[in-house]
Design a protein around this ligand. Structure first.
Ligand code: MG
Length: 372
């Protein structure tokens, strides 16, 4: 059962290179499976989300974060009668363009590129991965994903203007993405706003009292957990509050999106695309609670003192390797040297670094910059 405004696989705008249909998997299911079997997807396991492995092996990495986003997104897609296969493919691919070392890595790589009048953007990089870098098929470069998955990669988290990004014109930048893609940015936030409280608490960086004092929603649910299970361990009450918080965000996103679709008189996918604003949103009240949690995490976790040394190290590793390969392109592998014949060297170095796992870039740094 699909809502009238859901994306229908049989109406997909198709792949770049035509392929015969599969006997029992539709095109979005095949896209999802191609993402799962991609090398860049496996590398997410060794890319930092917030905490490096130094903290704990059971904290989220980019792969487990991605799986959590996929789980939340599927639940919502099912309830809203959206195309679950497309939503799953989009969730699984949403972070595939991230460089090593999380946000610090992204910032460092972008800073290196800006010195050459270029920039790094993880969505654009994700598109390059699925269009060019995945090297699996004899018939075509990349994964040859359907238009809707590529469009979702570009449009799920931000608007790119057609004037600034003429190379993206085929994605009809003046149109809203389908609800399947609109969801992803919000489920991403639901996943990390709750998971990062969990890992931050486990890492002893976010004391319970502080979380309660600063995140009103958490405090409310923690209070309820305390009333219901007064004798239970703090960690279990913490978990209970977090679960309730996640459920609260999901339910609000569901009901608000449903109500907005109805109020807008949307009757088709075209109506969603032509609507002046995104229809998948939180309610105003819950959006304020979301912003509250996010602001707390930025202030007390992402920008906190204890995480500074690792972020600085990440920046140093990326900058030193970037500059080394710029001075000595002959130290790049032959494949990348060949690529540098066709595209600017900084772009090639950036692609190379962005694809690396945390482990691999550290190993390269030790080997080439002689650092431990
Ligand atoms: Mg994410």
């Amino acid at each position: 059962m699909l809502a009238p405004w859901a994306v229908r696989v049989e109406e997909s705008r198709g792949r770049r290179h035509a392929e015969p249909p599969h006997p029992y998997r539709n095109d979005f299911q095949r896209d999802r499976d191609r993402v799962i079997h991609a090398r860049s997807f496996r590398r997410l396991e060794n890319k930092t989300q917030v905490f490096t492995r130094r903290y704990s092996d059971h904290f989220r990495n980019r792969l487990t974060h991605t799986i959590e986003v996929a789980q939340i997104s599927r639940t919502i897609a099912q309830q809203l009668e959206l195309n679950e296969d497309l939503v799953e493919a989009l969730a699984l691919v949403h972070d595939i363009g991230h460089p090593p070392f999380g946000h610090a890595g992204e910032k460092a790589l972008d800073a290196c590129m800006r010195e050459h009048g270029l920039f790094f953007d993880h969505n654009l990089h994700a598109l390059r991965i699925v269009e060019q870098f995945e090297d699996r098929y004899a018939e075509f470069p990349g994964l040859n994903l359907t238009f809707e998955v590529r469009e979702g990669i570009i449009k799920h988290s931000r608007q790119y203007s057609a004037a600034e990004y003429p190379q993206l014109a085929e994605y009809r930048l003046d149109e809203q993405p389908p609800l399947e893609a609109q969801l992803i940015d919000l489920t991403d936030e639901i996943a990390y706003n709750t998971a990062d409280l969990d890992d931050g608490y486990e890492a002893d960086l976010l004391p319970l009292e502080e979380v309660r004092a600063r995140v009103r929603l958490f405090d409310r649910f923690y209070g309820e957990a305390e009333q219901r299970h007064p004798a239970t361990r703090e960690k279990l009450k913490f978990n209970q509050a977090l679960r309730r918080m996640l459920n609260h965000f999901v339910t609000d996103l569901l009901t608000t999106t449903q109500a907005r679709v109805a109020a807008a008189g949307v009757g088709s996918l075209d109506d969603v695309r032509r609507h002046p604003a995104r229809l998948a949103t939180f309610s105003e009240a819950v959006d304020a609670e979301r912003a509250d949690a996010k602001a707390f995490l930025y202030d007390r976790l992402y920008y906190s003192e204890p995480l500074v040394p690792e972020k600085q190290h990440a920046e140093q590793v990326i900058r030193e390797l970037f500059e080394l390969w710029l001075r000595h392109p002959e130290k790049l592998s032959r494949r990348y040297q060949e690529k540098a014949q066709r595209e600017p060297l900084p772009r090639i170095i950036c692609d190379y670094i962005a694809g690396m796992t945390d482990n691999y870039i550290l190993e390269q740094h030790r080997r080439l910059c002689g650092k431990v």
